[in-house]
Design a protein around this ligand. Structure first.
Ligand code: ATP
Length: 553
């Protein structure tokens, strides 16, 4: 009966624990999800401002504290038993404390100490770097350049350089550097209760029996273990409490980009033509950035409502940064940006976001259906398949969708949950093929993905109310025809919007542009129309002529 009931109870416990774990974890995951989603870019970039918590930590804390109570009850039971069974129970208990105290307090090595570990051994770092070259993401480079021989030679050299140095976990290394004295003392002190019993049996030989000795040894070990675990748990309790505190602290993390209270559009200043911008001596450096220079330096510009603006310039000249400031993903460090005549900081951020449409290379496909991927350009119409079809058409994604077996309901990169165990290639062919086919990513090219992402922007356009649209080099993976089509479509939808294009291939765009801004080293070195800038013969005309020459030679 005991066996049956124990097994049943443990089965029920496993079953309930699984459900409970999922519920507790999901409860806190929802909290973390909400708090993380509301954070802006500069706040997230500041690692010290945002607690690094996970929902699974809460379950571990829950398990930890229930384990702690369980052990406390266990100890109470053991102490009661000892005090009832033997005279000198108190001395016995106190002596049982010595070994765990020594183990956890004196000889605890790195245990519960704050530390940071890193390696500065060049051979070790090289070994790790070279072994990474076997990863799939490098395979094409490694194969096409024939790097195998070089990698293996370098690996051998680095191994020889490393010699006999160990990369065992730091705790092990630290422990083995100490003298063995503490280990010897801790183990010997574990025998103190037995010695005490032996000594007392010399003075009271009638109380000594072999059975009582065996029972005593068992108790001594049991108590020793319980004390050791309790000491260990107590020192970790603070750590778990601080995890939970951090979890709740997430709610009080202030966004660095502070919200304003002015509504947008502003009834007296905004026009139906689109958003207007004025940048007054704007400078900006990325928080935590490693560059000595500001990403943007003293930029002053005027962008009129409804204008089509093209920003050009070399890599790293600050084009995307200007966009991030205009869309208020970041705030300027000095100077000021005015939107329709008022400081951008004075507007409600949600109002500004509602009228903006941003398309960049950074924008990725979500692990959701293609319909949602496109539809989420306008969350209130995410289920409107007709509108989604229209947006896909404008973004050039209709053909890609029609090629897929599940059409708009395809999930390109499903969330991985499939798992196989003990699968033998020859014996379990069928199971193996099921596993391989499950959650297989749909194969679409980089350019096709960009078209799908672009369709999300068109969905946003179709929602109406957009007054400021940006395409920040969304076209690098697109073929020239697709790129031209994308820009044409964006331009055609430009009515009532200020449109900004950031691009390196600007030949076909600048002739339509009301304003071309040429960036260099974080500064707007030139601005004007295409003709004006060409006539000036400066940075822009140099960039333009490089591209033009390629077609005229
Ligand atoms: N998130 C970031 N953190 C720190 N520095 C950054 C970050 N993004 C850009 N920078 C730096 O800011 C400067 C301007 O970058 P930006 O992306 O605006 O250039 P860009 O003109 O758009 O370049 P590209 O044509 O290559 O896209 C560069 O020196 C870059 O290294």
């Amino acid at each position: 009966m005991c066996v049956v009931s124990t097994s049943t109870i443990s089965w029920a416990r496993e079953r309930t624990a699984g459900i409970l774990q999922t519920r507790v974890t999901l409860h806190f995951e929802e909290h973390i999800l909400r708090e993380r989603l509301r954070l802006d870019l500069p706040t997230v970039a500041d690692k010290s401002a945002v607690p690094n918590v996970s929902a699974s930590q809460t379950w571990r804390a829950f398990e930890f504290f229930s384990g702690l109570f369980q052990r406390a009850f266990q100890l109470a039971g053991q102490l009661t038993f000892i005090s009832q069974q033997m005279s000198g129970g108190l001395n016995f208990t106190l002596l049982s404390l010595v070994s765990p105290l020594l183990a956890t307090r004196v000889g605890r090595g790195l245990w519960m100490k704050a530390y940071v570990t890193y390696s500065d051994n060049i051979h070790y770092l090289r070994l790790r770097a070279l072994s990474m070259l076997a990863q799939d993401k490098y395979r094409e480079d490694v194969i096409s350049t024939g790097l195998l021989g070089w990698i293996m030679t370098e690996y051998k050299k680095a191994r020889e350089g490393l010699g006999g140095i160990s990369d065992a976990p730091i705790q092990t290394q630290y422990y083995s550097q100490n003298t063995p004295l503490m280990g010897i003392l801790t183990r010997l002190s574990g025998d103190l209760p037995t010695l005490y019993w032996a000594a007392s049996s010399i003075f009271r030989p009638h109380s000594f029996t072999v059975t009582s000795f065996a029972i005593l040894q068992q108790h001594s070990q049991g108590l020793n273990y319980t004390f050791q675990m309790l000491f260990f748990d107590f020192s970790r309790a603070a750590e778990y409490c601080s995890h939970i505190k951090e979890l709740y602290d997430m709610g009080s993390v202030e966004n660095k980009v502070a919200d304003g209270d002015e509504a947008y559009p502003n009834s007296s200043l905004s026009t139906d033509k689109g958003m207007s911008f004025e940048l007054k001596n704007v400078s900006f450096a990325y928080p935590g950035g490693k560059s000595k220079e500001n990403a943007i330096r003293n930029v002053s510009l005027n962008i009129s409502a409804g204008h089509l603006v093209v920003i050009v310039g070399a890599n790293g000249s600050g084009k995307s940064t200007i966009i991030k400031l205009l869309t208020r993903l970041y705030d300027v460090d000095s100077g000021e940006i005015l939107v329709d005549g008022l400081p951008i900081k004075s507007y409600r951020i949600s109002d500004l976001r509602r009228v903006q449409a941003l398309l960049t290379q950074e924008h990725k496909l979500f692990p959701l259906t293609l319909a949602e991927n496109i539809g989420l350009g306008n969350p209130s119409r995410v289920g409107d398949l007709e509108l989604i079809k229209q947006a896909a058409e404008s973004g050039g994604a209709s053909e890609i969708i029609s090629k897929l077996k599940d059409g708009v309901h395809t999930i390109l990169s499903p969330v991985p949950t499939a798992y196989g165990s003990h699968l033998d290639k020859t014996k379990h062919k069928k199971l193996k093929s099921i596993l391989d086919s499950l959650e297989k990513e749909a194969e679409v090219s980089g350019g096709e993905k960009q078209r799908l992402v672009a369709s999300r922007t068109f969905m946003r356009f179709l929602s109406g109310g957009i007054r400021f649209a940006v395409a920040d080099e969304p076209s690098s993976a697109l073929d020239p025809k697709a790129e031209y089509r994308l820009f044409e479509k964006l331009r055609e939808s430009g009515e009532g919007k200020t449109l900004i294009f950031v691009t390196h291939r600007f030949g076909h765009l600048t002739k339509y542009a009301d304003l071309v801004i040429c960036m260099k080293d974080g500064q707007a070195v030139e601005s004007g129309t295409h003709q004006e800038l060409l006539a000036r013969g400066g940075e822009y005309s140099e960039l333009y002529n490089v591209q033009a020459k390629a077609f005229t030679m």
